[in-house]
Design a binder for this molecule. Sequence first.
Ligand code: ZN
Length: 419
Amino acid sequence: MEKNDFNEGLLGFLDASPTPYHATKNIGMMLENAGFERVFEEQAWSLQEGKKYYVTRNDSSLIAFTYPKRKDYLLVGAHTDSPNLKLKPNSVMKEHGVVKFGVEPYGGLLLNPWFDRDLSLAGCVSYLDSNNMIKETLIDVKKKIATIPSLAIHLDENANNERTINKQTDISPILTTSEDFDLEEFIKQELVKNGISDVKEIYANELSFYDAQEASYVGLNDDFIASARLDNLLSCYVGLVSICSVEANTPMIFVANDHEEVGSDSVSGAAGSFLENTLKRIFPNYEDFVHMVRSSTLISADNAHAVHPNYHSKHDKEHAPLMNKGAVIKINANQRYASSTKTISRFMNVASSINEPYQQFVTRSDMGCGSTIGPITATRLGIDTIDVGLPTLAMHSIRELAGSDDAHSLYKIILGYTV
Ligand code: ZN
């Protein structure tokens, strides 16, 4: 796929995927368009050689795989979740002339940029229908329904020097000045918009606020892509388009896990059993399973910190990735990243063979280092892994920034592994 088409598709995917549930649904739809057949964990599998499949867990994690009866798979891993503000169950507060929501931060949110944005709401809702069946569905309000206004500088003269943010009291989005708002009625109306009117009672929800501003090119020459959730829907999209681009006889697996931003310990997270369970169903014989794992490679793709031109001292100057200069190989002696000499060499070799650039990142030795699903998956399965990422600024802000060349370049390198 050419770069412009790739990036146009990326912008659409970012806007259509305000939550991990929506991302998973959209990935599933795109896989089906590319000939993948859905299988369900709760049912018996009879896989047929030469076909392509995908499976989801919790509707927020997904694994797609080809089934060519070979054991030397290329795996690409990414995560579907991003930091955000989630509605609390009893969230509606009516005070000081407005209706506002109690929210709980999810993941390592950079909170400052959440103020003064036009926010919408999306996620998963469960309800009881007239046959007393519990059902789940997704909603995406799309309309700009809320905002978290800043406190004016006149009321806080030290705002530019020492303002801090209290996560309990300072970040409640305000919704309306009309006091008759009822959340259950509001959700029911959203369900009606989706064609669901048989709703006796709303049960649980997992709804998140998101920035209503659309993803877009920014920069004199469209140098950048600005959007919410680039970490890590950018890598999800790269993995998705990659597996959709290979033939069914190419051994490839795409894994998209939820809950990376909170440590991956969950039913659908990378530390859970989803990938291992799925691989054991593809290779039910233990001998074949170990053979496959040890013959395969995982490219764990998650965004990397580009050097910030205004804060360049935060990087080791010899390992300071630049935007639009290629994918970043992430290296950490203390195994916060899973890249090894073996997996790094192969990545370098493939990238060089098709003239795609790459860069290397090591965090400053006097600073802490993040981690990814790479070491977690490598530890669980014993699979050789490389951690790579696309250079990004403002990571975990409500609007992140990445170079418009890099995602397509990583896509080409991944395809380079399969030839
Ligand atoms: Zn990430």
